[in-house]
Design a protein around this ligand. Structure first.
Ligand code: TXA
Ligand code: MG
Length: 340
């Protein structure tokens, strides 16, 4: 049975107490964060962590992020914490930043996907933060979607994927950022970006200087040992996705051409873009990269619901949150990119 707790008006003390007790008892609780909904369970309980993988259908070598509610919790999970980690944590926690560090022995290797590193983040959403604080233990929480599907940015997405299969869903309404946290690996010589996300790379570089970008971020095939999440298909709706990139005007013309071409083949066409297009279904991404980030996953889910066969997406500029948006779009497209 799944209890759905309504906190759309804000954190509710009694509901949080119920959910925190479930976490302490090894149960699964989905909750809103400022990025996307997380599917939470105790990060220190091997059996609970294993249930997360089972519920999502997630490959066991794709590690989970441990969510904490206080700076001092970091030392319970990680060792050899470099200055850059403290600097980034001081500046950006709570917030959409995940740090990969050497793991303490006490962190179950189920949680870390078998690695000797652990990913840690302190979320900024008041419901998430209070839930973790009241649980009193780090909470492992991947995005609360069936593995491979678009991440959930509203409780109804979590209900669609997990109702009846987990103990609790906290409904906190739509998530403010809409893309997952930025993941930075601090175990090497230089900080390494493993996943662009809700905290712009530019902001991070202002604090720690130049950050290397893992080649898989841009879709290049690489040694995936360090970034196990990268080898799996992601954010994929049922429909085929193509991304059109290049000069904005040329992209607009190309999208119109493609709409005609696909419809000529009898396909139902959906478009996700910042500029208007006539298609069988259209989802406006918004005007800024922040709006695009907030709307992207909902757009993919809604076009699926509209029953389109193919989704054409307009590329956006890779600045600020645009880097995260393009990374998600290219992955959703399985890197089928059309240059205009
Ligand atoms: O915003 C977020 O980060 C959301 C919310 C719920 O906090 N969580 C989330 O978790 O996106 P998930 O599991 O969907 O994505 C975690 C990413 C994966 O790409 C995973 O491979 C990577 O972080 N990751 C986790 N631990 C890692 C580690 N030790 N080394 C390298 N990558 C790691
Ligand atoms: Mg995910």
């Amino acid at each position: 049975m799944t209890i759905v707790i309504n906190m759309r008006e804000g954190p509710d003390e009694r509901g949080l107490r119920v959910a925190a007790r479930l976490i302490r008892n090894g149960k699964l609780v989905a909750f809103p964060t400022e990025t996307v909904y997380g599917l939470g369970a105790s990060a220190l309980d091997e059996t609970a962590a294993r249930r997360i993988f089972e519920a999502k259908g997630r490959p066991p070598d794709n590690p989970l992020i441990a969510h904490i509610a206080g700076m001092e919790w970091l030392e319970d999970l990680a060792r050899e914490i470099p200055d850059t980690a403290w600097k980034l944590a001081e500046r950006f926690w709570p917030g959409p930043l995940t740090l990969v560090l050497p793991a303490k022995e006490t962190v179950p290797r189920v949680t870390t996907g078998g690695l000797d590193t652990v990913a840690v983040r302190m979320p900024a959403h008041p419901i998430a933060l209070e839930l973790i604080r009241m649980s009193g233990i780090p909470v492992a929480a991947p995005s609360a979607n069936i593995s491979g599907k678009p991440s959930p940015t509203d409780a109804e997405h979590v209900v669609d994927d997990f109702y009846g299969r987990i103990e609790c869903i906290i409904d906190g309404g739509p998530t403010p950022l809409g893309v997952e946290s930025t993941v930075i690996d601090l175990t090497g010589e230089k900080p390494l970006l493993l996943r662009p996300g809700g905290l712009p790379l530019e902001d991070i570089e202002r604090v720690v200087g130049e950050v290397e970008i893992h080649p898989a971020v841009r879709g290049e095939v690489v040694d995936v040992a360090k970034a196990p999440g990268m080898k799996y298909r992601h954010y994929a709706p049922r429909a085929e996705v193509v991304v059109v990139e290049g000069n904005r005007a040329a992209v607009g013309r190309k999208i119109d051409e493609l709409i005609v071409e696909f419809r000529g083949r009898g396909l139902k066409v959906g478009v996700i873009a910042m500029d208007e297009h006539e298609a069988d279904a259209f989802f406006h991404l918004g005007k800024t990269s922040e709006e695009a980030a907030r709307n992207l996953f909902r757009a993919l889910r809604e076009l699926d619901r509209a029953g389109v066969d193919v989704i054409i997406a307009q590329g956006v500029e890779e600045k600020g949150l645009g880097l995260a948006v393009m990374n998600r779009l290219r992955k959703a497209a399985g890197f089928k990119i059309i240059r205009a």
